[in-house]
Design a protein around this ligand. Structure first.
Ligand SMILES: [Zn+2]
Length: 62
């Protein structure tokens, strides 16, 4: 776990695996469901992604 990203609210990235792809936010069944329209995040390109709607952070863990 790196603490390099300091310009963002203290929020742990949510770990996702390739089994979770394609990654969408809110994730199915998540408490955030209904917070905003579902958006697909291209996490496989960079290994991490931030939802443009709610700022949720995701990190690919494998
Ligand atoms: Zn979101």
């Amino acid at each position: 776990m790196t603490q390099a990203e300091t310009n963002y609210p203290k929020q742990e990235p949510q770990k996702v695996t390739r089994n979770d792809l394609p990654l969408s936010c809110p994730r199915p069944g998540e408490a955030l469901a209904g917070l905003h329209p579902r958006v697909y995040l291209p996490i496989e390109k960079t290994g991490s992604a931030t939802c443009p709607y709610c700022g949720a952070r995701y990190q690919l863990s494998d």
